[in-house]
Design a protein around this ligand. Structure first.
Ligand code: NAD
Ligand code: UFG
Length: 341
């Protein structure tokens, strides 16, 4: 298939471009580079041997986007482009609504004009809101949606827009993929997550502690109602996630309308379990200190990934140790991310 990947220079996008190229798809990327380096796609070329064209364009520029579509005769779009930092979305809500909703609406309009019917969209576990009850797990796709911050609200609203647009035109096929906690990197160590500033998420933070850029991990609370008191999440290897997009594209024709699938392992791991898995990858202990809970954090979040297995024939296969080993390989070989390129 000829596939346009929006946000394809970013973390999950670049890994998915590798998986799509290796599955035989012809891929182009559009990315504004607001949170990415073009070096990621140079590294994709090293991995795959294929030069994936990059259009440096903001999706909200519908004229420029239209030219890319006129040239590309795409059969499907995989839409990663968006801003994703929860705290930043609370401080700058208009920027988040404008970027995430504006870019998706512009994309859908250009797709309509060019007769492109198939879209895979990056949604998030955040659309389920925060469940304080541990027995609300595992999270299934038919739960009511409810975001707790502007970032999450953009995902809920985009899901609703996709449903309405698909309801109005029975040719459309939209796969809404709700990612749990993506971590890890391509096993080559050539591409990976390169957060700007202080990492918000556990594994990128741990990786920077391990490489000496941060002093110690701060464990946000050890008094949750979980086996060891720390927060539990459903971490998924980014290459499993990438394979999930290839599977969604392969099966999209079977599912009219807008349909949602969880992409996770279905297993929860605590902060201490992740810390110890990362220590095994690095080969020594890492410093940490327990501090107060982070406001807005759920005690536990993990999914039921059964629908994706039944419908898409996909399931996550890589272990937490593999996630940490691959994440560490990337961080060790690229202590300052893509900055040196
Ligand atoms: P990322 O920031 O690395 O990638 C997003 C890419 O989109 C970046 O390359 C950025 O430059 C680009 N972009 C942003 N706005 C754009 C615009 N208006 N026009 C063109 N390009 C634009 O983030 P990621 O971790 O790879 O996440 C990809 C998608 O998955 C996002 O939509 C994110 O919300 C979603 N998601 C991520 C996670 C996670 O933990 N990483 C979890 C759930 C969902
Ligand atoms: N944690 C720490 N120390 C840190 C960072 C995180 O102890 O420095 C803990 C958190 O309290 C939580 C766990 O590690 O228990 C995972 O935290 P992350 O920030 O890595 O992941 P979250 O599940 O909290 O957040 C992710 C995405 C958000 C998304 C949210 C809900 O980063 O974008 O899932 O789906 F909104």
């Amino acid at each position: 298939m000829r596939v346009l990947v929006t946000g394809g220079a970013g973390y999950i996008g670049s890994h998915t471009v590798v998986a799509l190229v290796e599955a035989g798809h012809e891929v182009r990327v559009v990315d504004s580079l607001v949170n990415a380096h073009r070096a990621s796609l140079d590294r994709v070329r090293t991995i795959t041997g294929v030069d994936v064209p990059l259009h440096v364009t903001d999706l909200r520029d519908a004229d420029a986007l239209g030219k890319i579509f006129a040239d590309g005769s795409f059969e499907a779009v995989v839409h990663f482009a968006g801003l994703k930092a929860v705290g930043e979305s609370v401080a700058q809500p208009l920027r988040y609504y404008d970027n995430n909703l504006g870019s998706t609406i512009s994309l859908l309009q250009v797709m309509e004009r060019h007769g492109v019917d198939a879209l895979v969209f990056s949604s998030s576990a955040t659309v389920y809101g925060v469940h304080d009850a541990v027995d609300a797990m595992p999270l299934r796709e038919d739960l009511p949606l409810g975001a707790v911050n502007p970032y999450g609200e953009t995902k809920v609203q985009i899901e609703r827009i996709l449903t309405d647009v698909a309801d109005a035109d029975d040719r459309l096929r939209f796969a809404v993929l709700r990612y749990f906690n993506p971590v890890g990197a391509h096993p080559s160590g050539l591409i990976g997550e390169d957060p700007q500033g202080i990492p918000n998420n556990l594994v990128p933070y741990l990786a920077q502690v391990a490489v000496g850029r941060r002093e110690k991990l701060l464990v946000f609370g050890d008094d949750y109602p979980t086996p060891d008191g720390t927060g539990v999440r459903d971490y998924i290897h980014v290459m499993d996630l990438a394979d999930g997009h290839v599977a969604a594209l392969a099966h999209l024709a079977e599912f009219p309308g807008a349909n949602a699938w969880n992409l996770g392992t279905g297993r929860g791991s605590s902060v201490y379990e992740v810390l110890h898995a990362f220590e095994r990858a690095v080969g020594h202990e890492l410093p940490y200190e327990v501090t107060a809970r982070r406001p807005g954090d759920a005690p536990v979040s993990y999914c039921d990934p059964g629908k994706a297995e039944r419908d898409l024939g996909w399931r996550a296969v890589r272990s937490l140790d593999q996630m940490c080993a691959d994440h560490w390989h990337w961080q060790r070989d690229n202590p300052n991310g893509y900055a040196a390129d």
